[in-house]
Design a protein around this ligand. Structure first.
Ligand code: PLP
Length: 467
């Protein structure tokens, strides 16, 4: 499998190189040159497989030139063994034909563990073979940082530096990052906001000379193709559990950077019958405004009770645009360049194609809390604020009551207790057993000024083979 850039101007790469890259040199994102396609008979034959066996069927075609089958099987077995539920992604029914797929049974209680647990293992495998060491540098407002740290804590060939805004992430989220032991884990609390952190990371990728030519930076945000790839699996998993592929399914996906829902789109392109994908946003609703009115326009960032979906622009949306433009990289480049200077529209026939599959809805904080409390009243099931947005959007956008509607449960409610408290229900979400002592564990982090030079010096001095 070869991977090409959505801007059409960068050379195609194999899986191994795509894994170790961030953006393509032309500014685009990598996507597979073509997708594997599975027949309904083949998909049916996977019923009854364990999660990791299913993951092998779905993901192996993307990596087969780079990784021998047995090694990949072993990696998947290790990856999904760390999840605290035997079914890995259990389905919970919340209404007559409505379900939540719990993707928060991993070590950091958010769906990002599905991809980052695998990514860490893939990186170490490939780096061992190349006899190479890399530095991961990433910025986080919460979930990505902890999932990346947990995913890489056992990597021998990776140092990981995660920047978070000092005193601006929740205590649970901070502790999930700073209490993980390991010489290769470095938490940097920056005296600034999340945008400052992200800006520093972005600029550092373009100035890698600060590492003295001895190592390179690797990205762990969802521009990394390997993350998207791992997320395709659970769409197949849910469908098979509820009678697919003979029945079609609908999914509602709490959306920020459009990575998770794009994985659903890919599952459908690979042959899984999916009738509807609901793009659920909070009041940072650029995607909802696009899908409902064909206007792609940046608004100022608003802080919400669902912080992992607080984005101005969704980076992975470019991957969908590439397909809507018939994989014409030049056209995508032109469109996104004109977006730099103001709102854009796409031709009506392209927009209608997108609308045939995607519906969307934006849910504000009040409605998020009302949904948490409604669902708790209806079935004593406690939603986190991100998942609640998915459940509410599913209800508003549903096309056919006969089609199972599955909302992706993206986080555990104990990760976001503030929203649950504001929902005025009388329960306090409890952390699962493996995190029971989170508040007693020792923390380790370094506070630095909002100064790129200082941060780069720190990294240059503290990675494994520094000096
Ligand atoms: C990251 C995240 C999202 C958004 O996922 P995208 O792939 O960026 O659309 C939603 N909910 C939670 C809890 C998250 O951590």
């Amino acid at each position: 499998m070869r991977y090409i850039s959505t801007r059409g101007q960068a050379p195609a790469l194999g899986f191994e190189d795509v894994l170790l890259t961030g953006l393509a040199p032309d500014g685009g994102l990598y996507v597979p040159e073509f997708l594997p396609r599975f027949s309904p008979e083949e998909i049916s034959s996977w019923r009854g497989l364990s999660y990791e066996e299913l993951a092998f069927k779905v993901v192996f075609p993307f990596v087969e030139e780079a990784i021998p089958a047995d090694d990949f099987r072993e990696m998947l077995a290790e990856t999904y063994r760390v999840f605290a539920h035997k079914a890995v992604a259990p389905l919970v029914q919340i209404d007559s034909n409505e379900w939540v797929m719990e993707l928060f049974r991993g070590p950091t209680l958010a769906f990002k563990d599905f991809a980052l647990q695998l990514l860490g293992r893939l990186l170490d495998y490939v780096l061992e073979r190349r006899n190479q060491h890399v530095v991961i540098m990433g910025a986080t407002s919460g979930d990505t940082g902890s999932a990346a740290i947990e995913g890489c804590r056992h990597c021998k060939h990776v140092d990981i530096f995660i920047l978070h805004p000092h005193e601006r992430v929740s205590e649970v989220q901070r502790r999930q990052m700073t209490t993980v032991p390991g010489e290769n884990i470095h938490n940097l609390a920056i005296r600034g906001n999340f945008d400052d952190c992200q800006q520093m990371v972005k600029e550092s990728f373009g100035q890698q000379a600060f590492l003295g030519g001895k190592t390179q930076l690797v990205a762990v945000n969802s521009i990394n193709w390997a993350r998207i790839m791992a997320q395709i699996v659970y769409y197949f998993h849910a469908s098979l559990a509820l009678g697919g592929p003979q029945r079609s399914m609908a999914f509602s996906v709490p959306t920020g950077n459009f990575g998770d829902v794009f994985a659903g789109y890919l599952a459908r392109e690979m042959g899984l019958p999916i009738e509807q994908l609901v793009v659920a946003t909070n009041r940072n609703d650029i995607l909802h405004r696009f899908f409902s009115g064909n206007r792609y326009e940046k608004h100022a960032l608003a802080h919400s009770l669902s912080p992992s979906m607080d984005i101005m622009i969704s980076s992975n949306f470019e991957r969908l645009l590439f397909d809507l433009y018939g994989r014409d990289g030049k056209a995508v480049d032109d469109l996104l360049k004109s977006f730099q200077s103001g709102p854009v529209q796409i031709e009506d026939h392209r927009w209608k194609r997108a609308r045939a599959l995607f519906d969307s809805y934006a849910v504000d904080d009040d409605l998020t809390c009302a949904t948490i409390s409604r669902v708790f009243t209806e079935c004593e099931y406690l939603l986190d604020p991100h998942t609640a947005i998915g459940v509410e959007a599913a209800r508003k956008c549903r096309r056919d009551a006969g089609t199972p509607m599955i909302t992706l449960g993206t986080a555990h409610p104990a990760k976001f207790p503030e929203a649950v408290r504001r929902s005025s229900i009388s329960v306090e979400p409890k952390l699962p057993l493996h995190l029971d002592d989170l508040f007693d564990r020792e923390e380790r982090y370094t506070v630095l000024d909002n100064d790129r030079q200082q941060v780069q010096d720190f990294i240059a001095r503290n990675w494994k083979f520094a000096g």
